[in-house]
Design a protein around this ligand. Structure first.
Ligand SMILES: Cc1cc2nc3c(=O)[nH]c(=O)nc-3n(C[C@H](O)[C@H](O)[C@H](O)COP(=O)(O)O)c2cc1C
Length: 338
């Protein structure tokens, strides 16, 4: 059994963790994932430069609920003072740990030498990390990638250097910056990192099913498994993974009713946080996850993504649910008769 320890307070068996995702792992979704068994959650990344300039919208992203603990708030940046000051600001909100993003591949971030760009200058990455670690009392963790590109994979040395800088754990997205989200994540590096460091190592990349979670622990000896895209509109994956790890039995998927109830609950939380207009518009990315694999879901989805009223969305989803349930009961009757 794996035990994920971060600092003195976090100690979790077979930890299944929600990955940080911009515009996705906001408070409403984190709360839902937590309810469904995510052991640790992260905020989306927050710009240290924006926090340093006290941009209200960015400061709001630090906000979390007690029910979300343990939670890590993720910051990114490349400059000493904004990183140190933003870490101190984050600390004043008392999350469980502060995470530094050294993995983001997008052009706007790397052209400012932040995110995955730091993989090109590991010494600078180490120096900046040490500064942050020394400026706060909270545990500091890092999320990064294997390297800048396939020719320059340096994660084993980088992890060691970050451990020396004092980080409490490292999450590794098993791709290079060049690969972005393309090609298969290469988990084989995790075991190599584990042999070289004593800090906990969290595996990330292409974990899509409860079976993947188990295989990740078994094949690599990682201390925790982090799930990103497969959780979008599918918080049930955490419950399923935890159950599978505990019992070895493939868990039942959520019922149609449960999917729709949770989707609506998530939407209501979004509206409570952002107001009806933005709460609804910014929720549209979640429908395909909640309805994935259900018959004829594209028809209802195309109506949902243009709707601007909660009541209308609720009616559309409930009507869809009734249609599916009716179809299923007719199919059951046919089977009984034959
Ligand atoms: C929409 C989206 C937003 C993301 N935003 C962040 C982020 O803010 N910080 C971060 O460290 N990684 C971010 N990532 C990367 C994920 O945390 C994760 O490393 C990546 O999706 C691979 O894991 P997966 O295969 O389980 O999705 C994002 C990924 C997606 C799809």
């Amino acid at each position: 059994m794996a035990i994920l320890k971060i600092g003195n307070k976090i100690q979790i068996e077979d930890a299944v963790v929600l990955a940080p995702m911009e515009d996705v792992t906001e408070k409403p979704f984190r709360l839902i994932c937590k309810e469904y068994g995510a052991d640790v959650v992260y905020s989306e990344f927050i710009s240290s430069e924006a926090l340093y300039r006290k941009v209200e919208k960015s400061i709001k992203k630090i906000d979390f609920d007690e029910a979300e603990r343990p939670i890590g708030i993720q910051i990114f940046g490349a400059n000493d003072e904004p990183m140190v000051e933003s870490a101190k600001l984050v600390e004043s909100f008392s999350p469980d740990f502060i995470d530094i993003n050294f993995g983001c591949w997008v052009r706007n971030v790397v052209r400012n030498n932040a995110g995955a760009a730091m993989l090109k200058t590991p010494k600078r990455m180490q120096e900046l990390t040490r500064l942050v670690v020394e400026s706060v009392k909270l545990p500091v963790t890092v999320k990064t990638r294997l390297g800048w590109d396939r020719k320059s994979i340096a994660i084993v040395d980088v992890a060691k250097m970050l451990e020396d800088a004092g980080i409490a754990a490292i999450a590794i997205h098993c791709r290079t910056r060049e690969e972005a989200h393309k090609s298969q994540a290469d988990w084989s590096w995790i075991a190599k990192v584990k042999q070289n460091v004593n800090i906990p190592v969290i595996l990330n990349g292409d974990v899509k099913t409860p079976q993947d979670v188990k295989r990740a622990f078994e094949e690599t000896g990682c201390d925790g498994v982090m799930i990103g895209r497969a959780a979008i509109g599918n918080p049930f994956i955490f419950r399923e993974a935890k159950e599978y790890l505990r019992t070895g039995k493939i868990p039942y998927p959520p019922t149609i009713s449960e999917r729709i109830e949770v989707c609506l609950k998530h939407l209501r939380l979004n509206i409570a946080t952002k107001g009806e207009h933005y709460g609804i518009i910014e929720f549209r990315k979640f429908y395909s996850g909640y309805l994935k694999g259900l018959p004829d879901s594209s028809k209802v989805r195309s109506k949902l993504v243009v709707s601007e009223s909660y009541n209308e969305i609720e009616d559309l989803l409930n009507q869809y649910k009734q249609e599916l349930e009716q179809k299923m009961s007719e199919q059951c009757k046919e089977v009984e008769i034959s």
